[in-house]
Design a protein around this ligand. Structure first.
Ligand code: MTE
Ligand code: MO
Length: 226
């Protein structure tokens, strides 16, 4: 069996997971778009239909949640994020600005801040198909970020907005007690075990792992209630 990143355990299948599980997935917009904000000139949102201008890309990759589970051999299809950036973002950048970070936000308002260099890695996709089928609500319809080298929390589902930033967007970082406790690492690279902003990855393993059961319980309850 192939080696998993440090502190990860294989699970069967691919659960819906996250901090949003008490809610059903957001409804599918009629004409889905990805809006751009931040250090860009105003432009109409990119319609998902326009992604057909980019070459298609397929990858097979494992998916690693920071809580410690890994779903193996997922087959994603979509477009490379770097191609999207080159075609839709670069031409509208404000002149003389150096972009450092991107904030990705989903229709459920969950967001992540990714360093530009990590987002432009070759295997980062905007994925609209999973295992041969259109992406469903559980896993991020209509389109999600897939960054296999980073923990799940960077892989924003239901992507609808990208904020283009020339400094760390501090307004995006949580200030509540829970966010401080579970403060994600700014790079979140799984092979470096960058789980937490301040605490060594090895040390937070048991804390995160203890969250899996209650979160999955909420998930099954949420699915019944909705
Ligand atoms: N929009 C959105 N994206 C999200 C989340 C979320 O709650 N909302 N949770 C993140 C976390 S913590 C994980 S582990 C993965 C889970 O992806 P899955 O539900 O497809 O398994 O999505 C990430 N992306
Ligand atoms: Mo996660």
């Amino acid at each position: 069996m192939k080696k998993l990143p440090p502190g990860q355990r294989r699970i069967d299948g691919f659960p819906r997971f996250g901090t949003h599980l008490h809610r059903p997935p957001p409804p599918m917009p009629e004409d889905p778009v990805i809006a751009l904000s931040g250090a860009v000139r105003r432009r109409p949102p990119v319609r998902l239909e326009e992604l057909s201008r980019l070459p298609r890309r397929e990858i097979v990759a494992d998916f690693h949640c920071v809580a410690g589970w890994t779903a193996t051999d997922l087959h994603w299809e979509g477009v490379r994020f770097a191609d999207f950036y080159r075609l839709f973002v670069q031409p509208v950048l404000e002149p003389d600005t150096t972009i450092t970070h991107l904030a990705f936000e989903g229709l459920d308002e969950v967001a992540s801040v990714v360093e530009l260099r990590d987002a432009l890695t070759d295997d980062v996709l905007l994925a609209d198909r999973l295992n041969g089928r259109p992406l469903g609500g559980d896993h991020g319809a209509p389109v999600r970020l897939v960054s296999p080298g980073q923990y799940g929390y960077m892989n924003i589902k239901h992507l609808c907005l990208i904020e283009v930033c020339s400094t760390l967007p501090v307004h995006r970082l949580g200030t509540g007690i829970v966010e401080r406790l579970i403060e994600g690492h700014p790079r979140a690279r799984v092979w470096h075990e960058e789980r937490h902003a301040r605490i060594a990855g090895r040390l937070v393993r048991p804390f995160y792992r203890a969250l899996i059961r209650p979160i999955r319980y909420l998930s099954s309850k949420g699915a019944r209630d909705s």
